[in-house]
Ligand binder design. Structure first.
Ligand code: NZQ
Ligand code: ZN
Length: 380
């Protein structure tokens, strides 16, 4: 087992009606609140009114930044940070899915600096301080509610990339599974896929001897494989929403990394390229790439794929395990070929160019240009 440090400062409030404590919690950080949200879901679901009521009760002075898009862009972060800076906000309240919370994380470190936020991603700037962030999660998928990562797209530099800092853990995250019952079928399935992919990135990371952590991972994936299909049949079922929401948080809050030094993250970086080029939803990009990546690694990682198959599907056979993942993703409505996710022409040479340019970073199992080409063939 590799040496590790366990650290997670986020207070997680999980369950029915946890939002009743939101106003009081925000109020402890100050009066001036920057409220950040997405395009329309919080208004159509009625959540916006609940949030405003909570903030009114706390006597908050509220400034808003809305319209954060899925696959969020750095321009919105810079614009929102300018609003926060202008009003010297005390606290940020992010209400939405991963895109909103990720944006708010970078807004929280961008407000104190007078410079474009992309400087953090290029490691030209280091954050020294952050405006406290509180999150209300409305979509189970990314784990951002309890981790130190954020992912943004920059069209000028042609990439979608991740950033991590202990300063951007939310102080508090509120997770009421009821709020996820309005998530449409597509994004529900992509969320289930995303939590499986996070578990797999950790499983294929460095530190194979962490058997207890492997078992955490198998348990998380089994929750998704067992309850995901049932949820797809009844999107309004609270109990099933709760199981998937809990699993998604646990899949990327550090726990799956105990006893390891690194996850692999190769599938995510290739998925980010598909999202960057074709605006493929994040989880959908992963269901296209993961089975292909496992096929590429079937010799190198056969022993790991076999143990995974035995623990999740009851089969140690490598090819059957890869097929079972592909069939599972298809069965919940996720694409497993790029052509299923993109209408119109796909420029495979362009995908290869960006893969080489961005070095489609993996932390453990390095990919050669031939491997990129092979993956492209496998996802066609
Ligand atoms: O914009 P609105 O109107 O709110 O609609 C959103 C959006 O269209 C909608 N939605 C959210 N909650 C809803 C809802 N619709 C109905 N009812 C609700 N309760 O869902 C759509 C997708 O939202 P988005 O936030 O984009 O999805 P997700 O949570 O999957 O986040 C994806 C982003 O997170 C990044 C991804 O790369 C992607 O940019 N990730 C962040 C990670 C992290 N911080 O640790 C790790 C992940 O691997 C991932 O990379
Ligand atoms: Zn992900």
């Amino acid at each position: 087992m590799e040496n590790f440090t366990a650290y997670n400062p986020t207070s997680l409030h999980f369950g029915r009606n946890v939002l009743s404590q939101l106003g009081a919690t925000v109020g402890r950080f100050g009066k001036k609140v920057l409220l950040v949200y997405g395009k329309q879901s919080i208004k159509s679901s009625g959540l916006y009114d609940t949030i405003r009521q909570q903030l009114n009760q706390a006597g908050a002075e509220v400034y808003e930044y809305s319209g954060i898009r899925s696959n969020p862009v750095v321009e919105d972060v810079d614009a929102a940070a300018a609003v926060g800076r202008e009003h010297s906000v005390d606290v940020i309240l992010a209400v939405g899915g991963g895109s909103v919370i990720d944006s708010a994380k970078i807004i929280s470190i961008a407000i104190p600096v007078e410079a474009p936020a992309w400087g953090f991603f290029e490691r030209r700037m280091m954050p020294r301080t952050a405006v406290p962030l509180i999150a209300v999660l409305t979509l189970a998928a990314t784990g951002t509610e309890m981790n130190q990562f954020a992912v943004l797209t920059n069209h000028k530099t042609e990439n979608k990339s991740g950033y991590g800092s202990p300063l951007i853990y939310p102080k508090h995250s509120f997770l009421d599974p009821q709020l996820t019952t309005t998530v449409p079928a597509g994004y529900t399935a992509y969320g289930i896929a995303d939590l499986i992919a996070h578990s797999l990135e950790a499983y294929f990371g460095k530190g194979e001897d962490a058997s207890l952590t492997d078992r955490f991972i198998f348990a998380i994936i089994r929750e998704a494989v067992e309850y995901g299909p049932a949820l797809m049949k009844d999107l309004t079922d609270y109990k099933l929403r709760a199981k998937i929401m809990f699993a998604a948080t646990m899949a990327l809050n550090g726990m799956t990394m105990y006893g390891r030094t690194s996850g692999d993250w190769g599938v995510h970086s290739i998925g980010h390229i598909l999202s960057f080029l074709y605006d493929v939803p994040h989880g959908a990009s992963l269901t296209i790439v993961y089975p292909a990546w496992m096929e590429l690694q079937r010799e190198n990682l056969g022993h790991r794929i076999s143990l995974l198959g035995e623990s999740v599907f009851g089969t140690p056979d490598v090819d059957t395990t890869i097929s079972r993942f592909r069939d599972f993703f298809s069965s919940i409505g996720c694409p497993v070929r790029l052509s299923e996710a993109v209408t119109g022409n796909i420029d495979y040479n362009e995908i290869l160019r960006i893969m080489i340019q961005n070095k489609a970073a993996t932390f453990v199992h390095k990919l050669s240009h031939d491997d990129y080409q092979r993956i492209i063939e496998l996802i066609k």
